[in-house]
Design a protein around this ligand. Structure first.
Ligand code: NG1
Ligand code: ZN
Length: 549
């Protein structure tokens, strides 16, 4: 009864905007901020229920990532720091769209019964709330807090302005019983980074680039400000952060990883003065990272070093460490360490070829972090990246335990052997790189230390392979759900005949590859084409777009 009146009373303060229908897509709810308060309030309720069900700490992050600053969004972090279980997504949709407080209450009752969510004599719900720098964030965070506290006994902690990966990291740490403040996050990143720096082979400490400076575009968002803090704590990197939320400039407006990757141009504040310098770009909530360099001629396209190439750099480094471990014959079992690579069909074909030529196991999954993450978790070390720069490296618990035992055994026996150093490096990577979601801050630190380890400039790195020219198009159609795909979105199974037509078109081009799929975040069908020249990729994409239309 107390619960019922609490919910009815608070939900009457967050009535649904007329005529709005929202949906929990691949990245949570995302809309114009002005219509989101009832949605965010209801996500607060959902998070509290999820916390009761899992008897764990749950996170709620308020952000719309790379979308324009007047938008906002909300998503849930599950106990392990990953995305909300897909099994709960339909309930999220129903809850968010319930037309009245009475119907909301009824839905909750039914769901609590169906999922057997415990209320009595259990640990009360506990939720961590975070938001990015958007102006609408403060009021929406308050809506989330009211949603959480409309469940009796539930506690909401405001963690303040954070990057999305920081909030996910905190949720994961809390549920592992590790200290989980923002300071602890910075502490873990800086100490593991220092460890990797100390383990750089001395003969390689010379960088082959002329200029060792890194300049980072912070998308005018939260990531830039946090990176400045990290930079000050580390005090060893020659780094300049531009376009932070503390500076002038509008969030995601002509800046940020999404813009740089899609448009292949330098962000605002970067130009010919930066020619040759190593540059990086974060997205608005710092869960995506790309690198680039600006050519000397002012109108030329930038050299983009995308998520596929970050993945390749990580793969080369990890593979090198695993082979150092394997060289010691007296170490048994390490040969069993399974390294797996996970990409989507959007990965540049040249990257997939490159990785396969290294004898690595490459897996494709459908678009969406949850699919990539799930697949990567099947390996001892799983590296996943989307071309747009979202990705991370996952280490299995058992492999980490194994590394810990090995590095201790080795320290007592052969002090400072190559195998020991490799084990210590891998352990440090597992602490530096975010185990919950892709994290641009830990990504920058890992890229920087690996480049130093290899003695590589951004140009050397970029030459690991040459990207095949590609083109992405969006096609507006009456009903995008009429396009159904299979085999990690590489084949259309419906409407009938479409795949055959795409095949016929693709066959006309040297190194042609093309696929279409309905977007999960926009009302469009996306077309992706690759071929040996840019002109051919463009014509192939346009030709296939006509088939879809
Ligand atoms: P959709 O709209 O389903 O293509 C886009 C990105 C994904 C992912 C999600 C979530 C592309 C082609 N797609 O998904 O990689 O980032 O947004 O934000 O970039
Ligand atoms: Zn993002």
């Amino acid at each position: 009864e107390e619960q019922k009146s609490l919910l009815l009373e608070s939900s009457s303060r967050f009535l649904l905007s007329q005529g709005v229908k929202v949906s929990y897509g691949t990245a949570g709810f995302r809309e114009d901020a002005s219509i989101l308060s009832s949605t965010v309030y209801r996500v607060g309720i959902l998070a509290a229920l999820r916390s009761l069900k899992t008897q764990s700490v749950i996170g709620v992050m308020i952000t719309a990532s790379h979308n324009k600053f007047s938008d906002n969004g909300v998503k849930i972090a599950d106990p392990n720091g990953g995305m909300l279980s897909q099994h709960w997504e339909p309930f999220a949709d129903k809850l968010a769209n319930a037309p009245s407080p009475q119907q909301l209450l009824q839905l909750i009752n039914e769901f609590v019964e169906k999922e057997r969510i415990p209320f009595d004599g259990v640990r009360p719900a506990e939720i961590l709330l975070g938001r990015d720098t958007r102006p609408s964030g403060e009021a929406l965070l308050e809506a989330a807090r009211q949603g959480v506290t409309s469940i009796v006994g539930a506690v909401a902690s405001d963690m303040g302005i954070l990057t999305t990966p920081q909030l996910h990291w905190m949720v994961r740490a809390r549920n592992k019983g590790i200290k989980a403040s923002e300071q602890d996050y910075f502490e873990q990143l800086t100490s593991s980074f220092r460890c990797l720096m100390d383990l750089i082979p001395t003969e390689r400490k010379v960088f082959d680039g002329v200029n060792d400076k890194l300049v980072v575009d912070g998308a005018n968002g939260v990531g830039g400000a946090k990176l400045r803090i990290l930079h000050n704590l580390l005090n060893v990197l020659d780094m300049e952060v531009r376009n932070s939320s503390e500076d002038e400039g509008v969030l995601n407006d002509g800046v940020g990883a999404d813009y740089v990757q899609k448009e292949k141009v330098a962000p605002r504040g970067f130009g010919s003065k930066d020619a040759g310098t190593r540059c990086a770009s974060l997205d608005g909530d710092a869960d995506r990272l790309v690198y680039f360099s600006v050519p000397p001629e002012s109108n030329a396209q930038i050299d983009l070093v995308d998520g596929d190439k970050i993945l390749s750099l990580f793969a080369v480094f990890i593979r090198e460490q695993l082979s150092l471990l394997n060289e010691k014959e007296d170490i048994k079992n390490c040969g069993k360490a399974r390294l797996g690579i996970v990409q989507t069909a959007y990965a540049n074909g040249a990257s997939t070829n490159y990785l396969k030529n290294l004898d690595l196991e490459v897996n494709l999954t459908p678009t969406g972090v949850k699919y990539l993450h799930e697949k990567a978790a099947e390996f001892d070390i799983g590296i996943y990246f989307e071309a747009n720069g979202h990705g991370t490296i996952l280490f299995s618990e058992s492999f980490i335990e194994w590394l810990e035992v090995r590095s201790n055994m080795l320290s007592s026996g052969s002090k400072g052997s190559e195998a020991e150093k490799a084990a210590l490096r891998l352990l440090a990577v597992s602490k530096l790189i975010n185990q919950a979601v892709g994290d641009a801050l830990s990504g920058v630190l890992l890229v920087e230390v690996i480049l130093k380890h290899m003695g590589w400039s951004i140009h050397r790195w970029n030459e690991l392979y040459i990207d095949l020219p590609s083109r992405q198009l969006k096609v507006k159609v009456a009903d995008r759900t009429s396009v159904v795909t299979a085999n990690a979105e590489t084949v259309v199974v419906s409407p009938p005949g479409l795949q055959e037509a795409i095949n016929a078109e693709t066959a006309k081009y040297n190194q042609g590859r093309c696929f279409v799929r309905p977007s999960g975040t926009e009302d469009v069908v996306r077309v992706y084409a690759e071929a040996s020249t840019q002109e051919a990729a463009d014509t192939l994409a346009n030709g296939v777009a006509k088939l879809v239309d």
